[in-house]
Ligand binder design. Sequence first.
Ligand SMILES: Cc1cc2nc3c(=O)[nH]c(=O)nc-3n(C[C@H](O)[C@H](O)[C@H](O)COP(=O)(O)OP(=O)(O)OC[C@H]3O[C@@H](n4cnc5c(N)ncnc54)[C@H](O)[C@@H]3O)c2cc1C
Length: 465
Amino acid sequence: MAQNIGLVWLKDDFRLKKNLALAHASKNHDHVVAFFLYKKRKFIDQEAQKWWVSKSLKEFKMKLNSYNINLEIIKTDSYKSFFENLFEKRNFCIYWNKTYEPKYLQFDKFLIKNLKNNRIKFNLFKGNILNEYEEIKKSDGTPFKVFTPFWRNAEKFYLEKIPAKEKKLSKCRKKISFFKKIISENEIQSEINWDKKFEKYWDPSEENANKELKSFIKDKIENYSEARNLPNISGTSKLSPFIKHGQIHVETIWEECIKIKKSSVGKFLAEIGWREFNHSLINYFPHMVKGNYSKKFDKFPWEKNSKYLNAWKKGLTGYPIVDAGMRELYASGWMHNRVRMIVGSFLVKHLLINWTEGESYFKNCLLDYNEANNISGWQWVAGSGADAAPYFRIFNPILQGEKFDKNGDYVKKWVPELKNVPKKFIHKPWELNDINILKIGSDYPEPIVIHEKARSKALNAFKSI
Ligand SMILES: Cc1cc2nc3c(=O)[nH]c(=O)nc-3n(C[C@H](O)[C@H](O)[C@H](O)COP(=O)(O)OP(=O)(O)OC[C@H]3O[C@@H](n4cnc5c(N)ncnc54)[C@H](O)[C@@H]3O)c2cc1C
């Protein structure tokens, strides 16, 4: 066994199970130090995630302690300058798992080149994905642009791969320190500028991710196909923030799910498939990170309207299902998928506001913010993405509410000023006409746009491109 040091760069992989970088480093070295680079700029527009990351660092640090591995947090303005300083030291081998965002994969190339030039040993591993995105292509070698054939191929490819025997983390001989200027996770915590308490809703850790998966499989997966569309019940796994921060590997989810024979397992795994598809899209078509996948949308006549945008962000549009979703997001750092589609459609179609505005607000508020899923999700809603919902299909927020939140329980939970509104009016409270129950305009806003008018305006705007 080599005596030198194994350094493990942790990014979004706060787990012991299926963490190849950690497992290999602990096998190959007597001493292992894990490090996390806290780049303040990265979190400026990912405010909610700072909370999850600081919690995860604290929890994971303790866990690694019992393996004699130190987790050191280093504050830096630039990954590049951090590594350039590191190249000057020699007595280590570096390990990391891939993060499937174009900027990270690009950075890997820089790192590999410089590590080689400096004769520093390194090992790079598969990250939190089923297949490497380059592995799944059409027979002519081009990338898939449509989900169904993509997933058919990806699923088959994954099943045919010989399952690698899991390499487990080993206990290291002695805990050592490596970096000089380290900070504590409390310093990150002290910078959190979020007035709501996520603690009420979440407890980030690998154990909890596995617990959530088990209880989802035991109690919910059977009804997933129907229940996944109903925001008033807990019909989905709510694993997304755990997946995002790597507390659970998607391979683990896959392995646990295929053990059971229930018809809706396939539907659930297809959602993991959408995540794989989105990662493939943004890496094959990185232009979509900055703008429209479909260039024709570059000419779309978006409107700038800060009054509408603020009403949308605050959950004060006058459409109860939209407002409930936006308030759920702000309070809990998460929003139900059906409601993400409804609020997204409302922003880009009823308010004619560019999807990039919604994307960046979600980025700031979502605990599960993930570049591939958020960008693809927004472009799916806007109609500018690959295999997207056509722009002319415009969700009616009243009918969506009546269909997916029949009794209005979801609305009443997040918009308490509507709690006494009868079921018949819960998704159109302006028709109630009973000031003893609700004063529209003072207790709750009037709709900021009229659905029918907004719909035809949106269709005309679409015709113009
Ligand atoms: C406008 C918009 C923005 C979105 N932004 C994000 C984001 O930043 N991060 C994110 O993880 N998801 C995003 N999604 C996808 C989806 O809404 C969430 O993944 C899902 O709501 C998470 O809840 P869950 O874990 O209970 O999902 P479940 O239904 O239990 O699904 C299990 C897992 O499959 C994946 N998944 C589920 N639905 C989708 C989907 N439609 N697309 C891709 N992957 C999916 C997620 O990893 C999820 O955790 C977005 C969707 C839309 C419409």
